[in-house]
Design a protein around this ligand. Sequence first.
Ligand SMILES: Cc1cc2nc3c(=O)[nH]c(=O)nc-3n(C[C@H](O)[C@H](O)[C@H](O)COP(=O)(O)OP(=O)(O)OC[C@H]3O[C@@H](n4cnc5c(N)ncnc54)[C@H](O)[C@@H]3O)c2cc1C
Length: 380
Amino acid sequence: MDFEFSKEQRDIQRAAREFARGEFINIARECDINETFPLSLLKKAGDLGFLGVFIDEEYGGAGLGFLEHALILEEFWKVDPGLSQELCSVTFGAEEFLLFGTETQKTKYLPGVVRGEQIMGFAITEPDAGSDTASAMTSAVEDGNEYLINGSKVMIGNGSAADFLLVFCLTDPEGKSRSSRHSILVVETDRNGYEADKIQGKMGLRASDTANIFFSEVRVPKANLVGERGKGFFQLMQFFDRSRAYVAAHGVGLAQGALDLAIAHVKERRQFGRSISSFQATQFKIAEMATRIELARTLTHKACWLVDHNKVDTKIIAMAKWAAGRTAVEVVDEALQLHGGYGYMNDHDIERFYRAAKVLEIYEGTKEIEKLIIGRRILA
Ligand SMILES: Cc1cc2nc3c(=O)[nH]c(=O)nc-3n(C[C@H](O)[C@H](O)[C@H](O)COP(=O)(O)OP(=O)(O)OC[C@H]3O[C@@H](n4cnc5c(N)ncnc54)[C@H](O)[C@@H]3O)c2cc1C
């Protein structure tokens, strides 16, 4: 067993840290307040090779693993969750192409997102189909050489920014089981009948784009089917086995960033004539936070390592996602507490981290859904 990173992995970590510190710090608060994301940052990240490193070299990626992707995201999230969310989500769904796409689809859609010139996303959630993805009703009906899509999706990352989206559609309503009725289609967002309504006022991650989207008689060629018709649900579950592993890294990064802010503050702040870091209560808090983060980090790295070694373990991945999300929420709460009233003000970064954390227990599978997955696998 070897817990050491390779030189290449340490170099990637260092480069990601330097990029995030150099590029995020000066703009993060403003982007959060204005709910904007500078496309120049996306292009820079693409030029430096930080986007979708798990994508094969022949499609423009670095041909690395989900562990390296997670290391980059951890470093990004330590500095600012909102900008990091957008930089992660521009390749969100690329895994589906790698696992199930045709050669033509991979060549057409992947290189642009890796370069930071195109943006994608994955539209699954609907008003009446959240955790219960198999209830999705957005329909795709075969019509000659095309699919005709009607319906709506909610809370979709990059819904109003994407060039194209993967859309989880109901193609076979009479399918034998609830899990054999759906398919995944690519929809270019400049097609007639596509509309997006950007959501303003999210609790956190405000630099990232989230939108409700609508399909009214949207036509796509049959060649836009990704994978097999009627197998969309199984393909989606395999996607979650990858995405949840690195979304756990969001939680680890956010928690570490919050701890770093708390450490800086308690060393600086004096009360009762001494540094508040000298109080044993403070030291206990710091010790507990650091230990929790290390636990979540170890589990996250293990989950990614298993994926990279073709040993996908849905239970470990769900554990990592749940543990890292919980760690982020608990750590950022204590980190803000250590800031006292200053932490409640938006001129202190911890306020932004605090608002960002909660979603880590909601998207990519709520904490309850992760625990269902874990419990069922243990008891099966
Ligand atoms: C910022 C943000 C970005 C997002 N980005 C995307 C995106 O890019 N693409 C996309 O498709 N979606 C996206 N989503 C949607 C997200 O995936 C859903 O919000 C999430 O899956 C939960 O669905 P829901 O909100 O409908 O909650 P519900 O499913 O209605 O759940 C409500 C509560 O009930 C609980 N619950 C539900 N079923 C069970 C059960 N069987 N057992 C126990 N408890 C249960 C849940 O755990 C939760 O606590 C995003 C959401 C947010 C907030």
